[in-house]
Design a protein around this ligand. Structure first.
Ligand SMILES: *Cc1c(COP(=O)(O)O)cnc(C)c1O
Length: 371
């Protein structure tokens, strides 16, 4: 029998979440509902590209980072728009973009140099990216017009197809004033330009009225994390938006024993039993992607009952408190996060990180079942 650990991917939850986000946008902006790029970078936020594609087959487009992921989408039968959020990296990529009809963000002059000297590039759809204050990718506001003029010249030459504009928010999850400033910066820098626009990540997409206040011809939003049923907000759980977890990480107890009061559990003896207690050993460790820095007290569900981690997470195992579940024996089901367990965001919060990191960190040795 394989080791009892499993990542279950619920493609119905993925499509439910996509429809939930689409419904919110429709209610928000009945006249000019934005199109949705479902962001599937990092192999669909760790859910697997195939599962993501199955769940998001109704999306308007798919956005990712890796050229190889984009090609794989075509091979799996996706015929809609594709957008590379970091664009391309070298001239040889351009052949592939043309061949598979893959669009690209254009964020630096080196990419324009490659397009201008490429003998092959034809009708590549592009979004010229503006840096509105995140200082990650994109042209500064004072360089943006020149870049856009260059894009229009490439369009006139048939090298580029559609030319749109985009930016990315730094604090849509926690500071609306910063987002407002970024939008104002975007509107100033793109004033008078036509073509599609794309600004909103999950946090912005879920903020009432935000996307509705952005005109676009058309507008595309770029939600990622919320489509997988996790929240982009530290203070607002995903289920309050009607979102459902798409990944459930589950395992089983492979050992149960008594720890006398005063004895300690696991490497480093970081947890000391305050009284005689029962401890369960779960077949899940940091080599499965469970965070090693999860502290004692991190929530976990054992046999349907909420309990907590005790002691340090080791490579292949972790220990849980069985006092709330006196009946739990070897073989009892354990949900680390997802349906029937704590949310991935609760676990992430306990570990001082975000759901994004946990979902994308599940390692290849964990078997996956796609529903
Ligand atoms: C990852 C990413 C997104 C999606 O972000 P979420 O917070 O997961 O919604 C959108 N746009 C860009 C450029 C990204 O890199």
């Amino acid at each position: 029998m394989p080791r009892p650990i499993l990542a279950t991917i619920d493609t119905e939850a993925l499509s439910h979440n996509l429809h939930t986000v689409a419904d919110r946008l429709r209610q928000d902006a009945p006249g000019a509902t934005p199109f949705i790029w479902a962001v599937i970078k990092a192999r669909g936020y760790g859910h697997g590209l195939e599962a993501a594609l199955a769940g998001f087959d109704q999306a308007d487009g798919l956005a990712m980072l890796d050229l190889e992921e984009a090609v794989r989408c075509r091979e799996l039968g996706w015929t809609g728009p594709l957008l590379l959020l970091e664009g391309f990296f070298e001239p040889a990529d351009l052949d592939v973009l043309v061949h598979y009809h893959i669009g690209a963000a254009l964020h630096c002059t080196e990419q324009f140099d490659m397009l201008e000297s490429s003998p092959v590039a034809r009708q590549i759809d592009a979004f010229v990216k503006l840096n509105t204050g995140m200082h990650r990718l994109g042209f500064q506001p004072d360089e943006f017009r020149a870049a856009h003029v260059r894009a229009l010249a490439l369009q006139a030459d048939g090298v580029l197809g559609q030319v749109g504009t985009m930016t990315h928010f730094a604090r849509a999850d926690d500071d609306p004033a910063v987002t407002r400033d970024q939008i104002d910066c975007f509107l100033r820098a793109t004033d008078g330009l036509s073509g599609p626009v794309s600004l909103c990540n999950s946090a912005a997409t879920l903020t009432p009225g935000l996307a509705a206040g952005i005109a676009g011809d058309p507008q595309w939003v770029r939600p990622g994390i919320c489509l997988y049923g996790a929240s982009p907000f530290a203070d607002r759980p995903a289920d309050t938006f009607g979102l459902r977890p798409a990944m459930t990480l589950s395992a089983r107890l492979i050992g149960v024993h008594r720890v006398p009061a005063g004895e300690s559990v696991g490497y480093g003896h970081t947890f000391r039993a305050p009284r005689d207690m029962r401890v369960g050993i779960v077949a899940c460790g940091y080599a499965d992607g469970y965070p090693r820095h999860a502290p004692s007290g991190t929530p976990v569900v054992v046999d349907g009952v909420r309990s907590r981690l005790v002691g340090r997470v080791s490579m292949d195992m972790l220990a849980v408190d069985l006092d709330p579940v006196p009946g739990a024996a070897v073989g009892a089901p354990v949900v680390l996060w997802g349906q029937g367990g704590p949310s991935v965001d609760e676990v992430a919060t306990a570990c001082g990180t975000i759901g994004y990191e946990l979902l994308t960190a599940v390692t290849p040795r964990v078997p996956r079942r796609v529903l």
